[in-house]
Design a protein around this ligand. Sequence first.
Ligand SMILES: [Zn+2]
Length: 284
Amino acid sequence: MHSACSELKNLAMNSLASTFQVKQSQAQICSTSSILPMRSLLLILGLLGALQLPAAAAQPVGAWHAGVFPVSQFISYTSHYGSRIGAGGSAEWHHGLDIAAPLGTSIRSWWTGVVQDVINDEGCGVGLVIRSGAYEHVYCHLAGRVEAGSLRSGPVTLVPGQWLRAGQPIGQVGMSGRTTGPHLHWGLRYRGSWLDPARILRAMAESQRAQIESQRALAESRRALVESQRAQIESRRALAESRRAINESQRALAQNQREIAENQRRRRAVAPKGPYGPSVASFR
Ligand SMILES: [Zn+2]
């Protein structure tokens, strides 16, 4: 076995070891390295650092955070999705969520999609339907008008077939159709069946929270990685330092031994050997 560990032990048996400063951490590295080459040890140290990273960074996040809340200014929800008492006093099903907002508030496309239809009728008033895969999102009671198949609302003009990105302005809050105050009626269909938009809004909020949490965990794991790399560099530097010190000590030891050998050789040369030891003449 040839390692810095055995070198350290050999040195400790020599009086020269006192000139060699071994840090506690290096002594620990030595005690675990007896069956491993130094390169493997460094690799293991690096892996141990990597194992301490938070696992949360690897967890998948739902895609709902890509959705955009459909109005730029929010006052309140004035009517939820589902059964409600209608204007005539009888129960009716409300196929959407009513979001009150000041007149002229910008309405944004909830998701990337294509304008499927523009609407101009008694109930919805001026509105449109956007298709995003299996989802259709409906917007009603917009300001403006529909002319020759084009929706004009504030600065926006839309025609069926037009592509929209998520968050793109699609008109302004108005009071067209059957409404008692300025609001956006926002409806959602999935494969032709109505959904409660509030469920989607909750999923969006949940996904945004998860995304923020995931970004935080990612930043934390990056910090830990940098810290681990720094410790690894530090450990390599300490090892290189120990090896230099070992080499230095060995050189000094070899020099010392050479000098001892030289002195002994000289002493033998000065003291002539005879059968009864040094001659009387050598004591004069
Ligand atoms: Zn409504």
